[in-house]
Design a protein around this ligand. Structure first.
Ligand code: ADP
Length: 219
């Protein structure tokens, strides 16, 4: 199997770029269902010096869709399913490593802001030697119909295949419930800052910033 990456792409995940003796990246996770506003919040936080934002969905969408890897992404995402963990994690590591090499992400001074990854418990376990999760901002939106409406609007605006029909949207929300939600138990309530995702973007952002400032005062 080849996705157009070098042989080393398929070497075991751990140790490829990051070994246990290296410091783990100080990390905030933006977590929530599709349509909960993770991307908006992550992007905004990433504009502030000292924070580096990386959205896993954006990493996938930047791949040339004519490559085998790009085709794999389209195959899974258009069905509303997660891309297999090994492919996802290695692709993410290649991207983060590039950002470190080019100094766009400076682990010594920057906090990494992740959205869309880890997306299930296995990914979290595979990433545990690499990221030191300091907070999980959980954008909670119990109203499924509000999420569906947001995703339908986004489909028109961003031309996203995976938001294009309601059946796929529901499948994505089911995938989130089944595979991603268990991450809340994995990280535990001490790390989780729950925020009402139905608030306006500026209100949600205010709550994230308040929690970050509060954590700094406490430490
Ligand atoms: P959303 O903003 O709706 O949560 P994303 O842009 O984060 O969606 O992701 C779009 C698609 O990319 C997902 O439905 C999935 O197919 C794939 N994807 C993104 N992140 C991951 C991941 N960590 N693991 C597996 N698949 C992923």
């Amino acid at each position: 199997m080849s996705f157009g990456f070098s042989r080393s792409f398929f070497q075991p995940l751990q140790n490829q770029f990051h070994n246990k003796s290296m410091a783990r990246y100080r990390t905030y996770l933006i977590f929530g269902a599709p349509g909960s506003g993770k991307g908006t919040q992550g992007k905004t936080l990433g504009t502030i010096p000292g924070f580096f934002h990386c959205a896993c969905g954006d990493v996938f969408r930047s791949i040339d869709t004519s490559t085998e890897l790009g085709q794999k992404f389209l195959e899974y995402s258009s069905r509303g399913e997660l891309v297999p963990d090994e492919i996802t994690l290695k692709l993410w590591q290649v991207r983060i490593n590039d950002c470190v090499q080019t100094h766009t992400f400076r682990p010594a001074t920057d906090t990494l802001v992740l959205d869309g990854i880890p997306r299930n418990v296995r990914q979290a376990e595979l990433m545990a030697d690499i990221i030191d999760v300091k907070r999980v901002f959980y954008l909670n939106c119990p109203d499924r119909s509000a999420l569906v409406e947001r995703l339908k609007k986004r489909a028109l605006k961003d031309n996203r295949l995976d938001d294009a029909n309601e059946k796929v949207i529901h499948h994505r929300l089911d995938t989130y419930e089944r595979e991603s939600r268990p991450l809340l138990d994995y990280y535990g309530k001490d790390l989780i800052e729950e925020i009402d995702a139905s608030l306006t973007p500026i209100e949600v952002f205010g709550k994230i910033v308040n929690a970050i400032l509060r954590d700094r005062q406490d430490s």
